[in-house]
Each structure stands twice: as C-alpha cells, then as structure tokens.
Write a protein that binds this ligand. Structure first.
Ligand code: AMP
Length: 379
C-alpha cells in the first residue's frame, strides 16, 4: 500500500519544496524542526520541538506512516528512536555512510566510484602520514557537519596544513588532494523501493565561496562522460540500497570524474527540475518514499538555476526575464543564507545563455555571502 502521510525531519527550504510537491499527489506532510519559523511550516503541519524531545518525536511518529528527511544531521539517537516506530526512507545506512567524510570516501571507493587520495587526521602525529599520502596541495575538512564550504581549508604546504588543523580546533578531519578541476558536476537521481532508478541529466555547478551559485542542465560535457557520471550515481544508489532522491557531486579533471560527496537527500543542484524537468526531484522523492511509481526525469528545454544568497531582488525584476521563475523560501535574508532561487528555461542553449546572463546579473547584485566562510577555492 502506498502512503499518504509522510513525516519529514527538517523543515528548511528543501522540506518546503517537498511539501509543495506532495500536495498534488494527495500526500500530507508533517515536518519536525526545532525552529518555530521553519520555512516548511507553510506546506504542512509543523512540530517545533528539540531533537531530544522523546514525547514530541513519539507524537510525530504516531501521526505519519513513513518518515523521510531533508536534514541529514538529525542526532543518531533520535533517528534510532523514530526508526523503531516507523519505516525511515532512505534507510539509516544512507545516513551512516555519508555523514562522515572518511566513511563516505571509503564507501565510494568500494562502490567503484573514483575518489582522490585522502587520509584521516585525528591526532597531530597523523599530519605527516597524511602529507605523504596526499601531497602538499590539499583540502583539510572536518569529517562531520561541514556544508557550504564551512569547516574546510585549502593548503599548499606542511606548515599550512598544521595551521589549518589548529584553526579547525583539532577536530577529526579528512585531508584530501586538491583536485584542479575544469568543471563541477552532479547527478541527482531517485531510487524506488522496488529498485527502479530515475536519473536526471548530469548538471554543471559553479560554486562561489563554497556555496552553490548556479547549475546548468544538461552539463556541457561529452555524452561519454555524462553516461559515466550517471553510472556512478546508479552504483551509489544501489550500494546504499537508497530509497528516495540523492545527489552525487563530482569534479571533472582532465576529462575524468572524481567524486567529491554524496548528499543523501534532495539537493540544491536539483532545484532546476521544478521547472526544467517533467517530474521534479522533490516529487520523485515523495513518490519513492510513498511507494508510488517514479516520474519521467526528462527535460523539454534547456534549464538552469541560480541561488539567491543573503539578499533578494524585486520580484518584478526577476519575473520580467523570459523563462524565469522565482522560488522564495520565506526566510529573512542574512549574509550567507540561501533565501530563494531563480529557475530559468529556454528552447535553445543560446537563449538559455542570454537569459541566464540576466539572471546571474540580478543575483550577483543582491547576493551577500558570509564574511566568515573559508571556502575551498580553485587555487
Ligand atoms: P564540499 O563541502 O566538499 O562540497 O566543498 C565545497 C566546494 O569546495 C566544492 O564544491 C568545490 O568547489 C570546493 N572543493 C572541495 N573539495 C575540493 C577538492 N578536494 N579539490 C578542489 N576543490 C574542492
């Protein structure tokens, strides 16, 4: 039996877009998020309570048939408590293998997906071995809880590596080789409980200060590379036994793919699917979790997405651009905070480029990135 009541852990913009996609499918969402002003509250019932509140978690579990998440840092004990009460999709395995950057890279390698050299740094004495394994040009990242370029430092020498580790307060880290990439790409794909996989065309991503600035679909890569990228995403979905949508982010360097990370959920680089694909990543996620057949991931036109970070333009200005659509998250702007995105579609690549240039112009004018972000830059 397919489900009609789904609990979503986390109530950010991803939750909001999941909730909006669920409505026409006859699915009611209940969101669990400690923040009283969680953006998803407009798209379903919202339980605002601490992650450790057993009573609220039990009430949440009792009110839904299945549970999913849009926020992957739910404390393990809370997740285990919920998993005893209702099925959680994707499974706990997807979270466990992707929440720690070392475990994630080991998993990718075992699934046959190429990764760059890396080493764990937990105690100072490991810095030397890490340098020997990886080399002096690398990125030091905290093993857990990093996102949008937070908790990472690019280094070029042994001294810089030691200083970077000091500046990350000696947190358990991964030290990985810097990949001098030509492009960053990702594959967003959904797997149903029956093993069916629906993959979106590979997307090309541009980051600014560690935060995604824009995605273009399809990516400007060869068919062969696109096929290889999709193959990697399929291997990841299958090896995880994932049910739902995920994103595999990769670098393209010298015509080959190197995996960067897996997001075990709907992803920013898949937002273009709302207007650019026949079925959005959000709808396909809800279909997978509910046990419904997956939808067509094809695209009728060329598409792109640009993030609005820390500032908002006038709606009129965006909507006057042909093919542009605006998705506001209902968050108050502050530097570094993703508050909306603009989708844009066009019948030809040339028209997309023209429209996208206008959209990017608007975004560059209003975006205010975090002053504190210490991003991994293309050095
Ligand atoms: P992450 O938090 O791992 O997604 O990193 C954020 C961004 O930093 C990536 O999208 C890249 O632009 C850049 N970056 C991260 N790791 C590396 C790396 N090993 N080599 C080159 N650039 C990187």
């Amino acid at each position: 039996m397919s489900a009609t009541k789904i609990g979503v852990l986390g109530g950010g913009q991803l939750g909001q877009m999941l909730g909006l996609a669920a409505i026409p499918l006859g699915i009611e969402c209940v969101f669990y998020d400690p923040a009283p002003d969680a953006p998803a509250r407009v798209a379903g019932r919202h339980i605002s309570a601490a992650w450790s509140d057993r009573e609220a978690l039990a009430e949440f579990a009792a009110s839904v048939e299945r549970i999913t998440f849009e926020f992957e840092n739910v404390p393990a004990a809370s997740l285990a408590f919920l998993a005893e009460r209702k099925p959680v999709y994707p499974g706990v395995r997807s979270l466990e293998l992707t929440s720690d950057r070392i475990r994630e890279k080991e998993f990718l390698r075992s699934a046959g997906v190429p990764v760059q050299p890396f080493a764990a740094v937990t105690v100072r004495s490991e810095l030397e071995l890490a340098l020997a394994t990886v080399g002096t040009h690398g990125v030091l990242k905290t093993r857990t809880l990093g996102y949008d370029g937070k908790g990472q430092r690019v280094v070029h020498s042994a001294d810089e590596l030691a200083r970077a580790w000091d500046s990350l307060d000696h947190a358990p880290c991964i030290y990985e080789a810097f990949v001098p990439f030509d492009r960053e790409v990702s594959v967003v794909a959904t797997r149903g409980a029956d093993g069916e996989i629906a993959a979106y065309p590979v997307v090309e991503n541009l980051h600014t200060q560690g935060i995604l600035f824009r995605s273009i679909a399809p990516a400007r890569v060869s068919d062969e590379l696109a096929r290889a990228a999709e193959g990697h995403a399929r291997r990841v979905l299958e090896a995880l036994g994932h049910v739902g949508t995920l994103a595999l982010e990769m670098f393209v360097a010298d015509g080959t793919l190197v995996a960067n990370e897996v997001a075990p959920r709907v992803h920013n680089s898949g937002h273009w699917t709302i207007h650019g694909a026949r079925t959005s990543q959000f709808e396909n996620h809800m279909r997978a979790v509910a046990g419904l057949p997956l939808g067509d991931t094809g695209m009728a036109e060329f598409a792109a997405m640009v993030n609005l970070v820390g500032g908002l333009p006038a709606r009129e200005e965006v909507l006057a651009i042909p093919g542009a659509s605006l998705q506001l998250y209902g968050k108050s702007p502050r530097p570094g905070r993703k508050v909306a995105h603009i989708g844009v579609v066009a019948p030809t690549r040339a028209e997309l480029d023209e429209r996208l240039a206008r959209v990017e112009g608007v975004a560059r004018r209003v975006n205010r990135l975090s002053l504190h972000a210490e991003p991994a830059r293309h050095a």
